[in-house]
Structures are given as structure tokens and as C-alpha cells.
Write a protein that binds this ligand. Sequence first.
Ligand code: ATR
Length: 280
Amino acid sequence: MSERYAVIGHPIAHSQSPLIHGLFARATGQDMCYEAIDGGAEPGGFARALAAFRASGGQGVNVTLPFKLDALAAADEASDDALLAGAANALRFDGARVQAQNFDGIGLVRDLEHNLCLPLAGRRVLLLGAGGAARGALLPLARAGAGRIVIANRTAAKARALVRDLAVHLPPACTLDGGGLDELRQGDAFDVVINATSASLGHDAPTVSASAFAAGALAYDMVYGKGLTPFLKQAQAAGCTRLADGAGMLVEQAAEAFAWWRGVRPDTRAVLARLAVPLI
Ligand code: ATR
């Protein structure tokens, strides 16, 4: 019988994960099936959905909003990335034990470096937002060699708290600062500006001055499938010509989970080509 995997979220109907993992399974010849499960809005919904899926023979799950914190709480053991992000996006059932990983950050790094051909070594990175998405991205960006990371958030105190929490885990070659969006120094320019806020979901964008985009900078919005978001339009108006959304991050984190579950790493190019929505 096929081994079973799933993504649990709420809402979940829009999820591309069943399509992505179905394509990976076909391309790698893996006998598995992958479904979408709605954990519902009631308290305890995630734990119930997870228990039911395990009881029915499931082998592992991806976890998406709003359950990434619950996923970590459900785990018996967790990777450093999951522990430091305080959230998990992939679980694997090893007998009675639940193992947790967070592949969002590594998915972002792989997208930047492999798909968008932007090696991070020595780069200046502006990370907008201080919620779960920014937290998960910070250490993988630093580990990939970013020379300087600045976290800018609407609520300055949250950016400062994130710096306080994670600074000790940074490689020595990476400098880290954090504060309010309005505290960015005039003339401070970045090679990569990443929108890790949830503003695009509300058709809004954190305001960043045009001078924050260095010549040749890449503007990256973690949301996907929404075309030119207000953040990407803002970057374009600032003269930025390298624009990307989070489709590649989504596919790359899925490939990491697939490899962790199945022991074989799928090629992501064909899947990314199928999922990418033109940024027009
Ligand atoms: P996620 O897990 O997606 O990161 P989150 O933890 O709720 O979600 O964090 C959302 C982030 O987007 C926060 O950094 C939030 O800023 P605040 O800390 O000031 O709330 C940011 N955000 C949401 N809407 C925004 C907007 N319209 N403009 C700027 N930042 C916004």
C-alpha cells in the first residue's frame, strides 16, 4: 500500500503542497500519496487532526498556518532550526516518536542561491518583519554567509527582541541589527530586501525608502502566486529590476521535506516552472 503524507493547515483548500509532492513522487518513482487536511478553527484542532492521521497509518506531515507552533509542541525531538524558529513545518513519525523540522529558512536560502543565482556570502540583507517567517529565515541566511542582516519591523520592539534572542547563535562573520522600519539609516543599502511580513496578504506593504535597494538588488516577497505585490511594486518604483516571489521557497522547502521523508531529493526545476506565476 502507498505510504501516506499530508499537509495540515486552516484554511487549506488553496495549498499547492499536494500538487508539489505528487509531482515529486511521480518524478522520483516513490509509491506514496499526499493529501490536504483542514485542522479547523477550534482549539485543539491540529492535535486531533495529527492524531487521526497517525492512527490511520500516516508517515509524516507538512504543517502550515496557523499550526506551526502547535507542530513543534507536538514533537518529541526537533532540529535546531525548528527550535530556534520556535516553529515546525514538517513532522516525521518514527515509531512512537514525532520528529520536527523547519525547512522554511533553508528553502529560502536554496531559492536565493540556486534558483535566483544569488550567493549569499558577504551580502547585505534587509529582512522586513519580525514574526515567525522572519525568525525562521534569520539563522539560515546567516549560516549561508550573509555579511550583514538588518531586521526592520513596523513594531520596533519586536525586531529588537528577535535580535536579542538570536544574536548569540549567529556566525561571527555576520553582523545583526534590528529596529523600526522608520529607523533604517538613510543611505544604508542592501543587496537583498526580503519581505517576511504578512502585509502582502492584506494588499499592503511595509514602507522602505528607495535608497535601501542597492544597485542590482533583489527584492523578494515571501508570498507566492499573487503576481506583483505592493512590496514588489514599491521595489520596482525604486528602480529595482530583480524581483521574486516565494514560489521557489515553497518548492524548495517541500523538496527538503520530501528528501527527509523518502531519502531521495527531487529535482525542483520542473515543479517550479509549473507553479511560477509571472510577476507582471
Ligand atoms: P508570520 O508567521 O507570517 O511571520 P506573524 O508572526 O503574525 O506572521 O508576523 C507578521 C509580521 O508582519 C509582523 O512583523 C508584522 O509587524 P508587527 O510586528 O508590527 O505587527 C508584520 N506586518 C503585518 N502587516 C503589516 C503591514 N501592513 N505593514 C508592515 N508590517 C506588517
